[in-house]
Write a protein that binds this ligand. Structure first.
Ligand code: ZN
Length: 359
């Protein structure tokens, strides 16, 4: 234990040095534009904010220590069952909506021939200081096996959603990105071409193929370092085609905005709602929803299927790997919402029947 503690201290020091040496993205935040027109941005502090301010995390010390020294307690005992992705079938043309979950918040959607991917993250670790938050589940496919999407939707800049390597890989192939305010600026500073980025505020819309993509509110936070908290915006997405839509929550805690989102899409039916579920804790109650809140949020969309995401790859909290999904599935069923928990890599649509493989 002592040796582990000493090693951890050294690892933290080394990581901090490397981090400060490498993280120019942290220090040039004042070179970001001032987003005068956004009504959830303070031009004085140059930070975005939530309508209902988040409570600061409290009592996190002991939990973070457990996540460093007892990380395995939050991993599954053996690898999760995965399906080798059949991209040929996934990419087949047609009017249907088809999906594939690659773990955590990386979702592939073929919406009647338009291929979207959310928050592609393939890293072995999603902590800025690499002493915790290690991937316990290998990605079902490597980046170069994935057909090139028509667009990648980025929800916010936390490491478990914005993987610089993945961004640069797909950017080099000419893939387009849709981002909330500030995240596009980050991408430009990394070298993603201007013409590949559509950077929008909430309610902003982008047309991708025949699909209309709208940024919708979330209650969360952002930042990749010590000094860049909330300099960039966080968002969810609704992708709609021909009266059928998909909701992707990004990261969000509970709030009135959740009930408000589907109201903005009257006359639209939600084929699928991919909603964050996992990595919650009473010490950071306003960063993520508790599973029962996730289920309630799903009910607002009345989706053909509710798919819990933000779990199944990285331990970012002190609950067991399947606690969140067991709880949200049971809560959803009580609310009359049909949950679906696909295996990682599996192709599914909204007619798929639930399989309780995670129990
Ligand atoms: Zn986040």
């Amino acid at each position: 234990m002592l040796l582990k503690a000493v090693l951890a201290v050294f690892a933290i020091l080394a990581a901090v040095i490397v981090y400060f040496a490498a993280a120019t993205e942290v220090f040039d935040m004042t070179s970001f534009p001032v987003y005068q027109k956004s009504d959830h941005y303070d031009p004085e502090t140059r930070r975005f904010y939530d309508a209902v301010p988040m409570r600061s995390p409290g009592g996190t010390g002991a939990k973070l220590l457990r996540m460093v020294f007892d990380e395995k307690a939050f991993h599954p005992e053996k690898p999760l069952p995965t399906v080798r992705p059949d991209f040929k079938s996934f990419m087949a043309q047609g009017d249907s909506f088809r999906y594939m979950w690659l773990g955590h918040s990386t979702v592939l959607m073929n919406l009647g021939g338009t291929f979207l991917m959310t928050d592609p993250v393939f890293s072995d670790c999603v902590s800025p200081i690499p002493i915790m938050m290690h991937r316990f589940q290998k990605p079902a496919a490597s980046m170069d096996e994935i057909p090139l999407p028509d667009a990648i939707l980025i929800s916010h800049d936390h490491y478990d959603h914005l993987d610089r390597k993945a961004v640069m890989y797909f950017a080099a192939k000419g893939v387009k990105f849709v981002t909330p305010l500030g995240v596009g600026e980050r991408l430009r500073k990394w070298g993603v071409p201007e013409g590949s980025i559509t950077e929008l505020d909430w309610d902003g819309k982008a047309g991708i193929g025949g699909v209309s993509v709208t940024l919708v509110p979330a209650r969360h936070a952002s930042g990749r370092g010590l000094f860049d908290a909330d300099r960039t915006l966080w968002t969810g997405y609704v992708a709609e085609k021909g009266g059928r839509a998909v909701y992707y929550s990004g990261d969000t805690s509970w709030g009135d905005h959740l009930e408000g989102i589907p109201r903005k899409f009257s006359g639209v039916t939600f084929d699928a709602a991919f909603i964050e579920n996992g990595q919650y804790d009473e010490s950071w109650p306003d960063y993520h929803m508790f599973p029962e809140e996730t289920a309630k949020a799903a009910s607002f969309f009345a989706p053909a299927r509710f798919i819990p995401i933000h779990w199944g790859a990285y331990p970012l909290a002190v609950h067991t790997w399947n606690d969140s999904v067991k709880r949200s599935v049971s809560a959803a069923e009580k609310l009359g919402v049909k949950p679906l928990v696909p295996k990682i890599g599996e192709i599914f649509d909204s007619s798929a029947e639930p399989d309780r493989w995670y129990e």
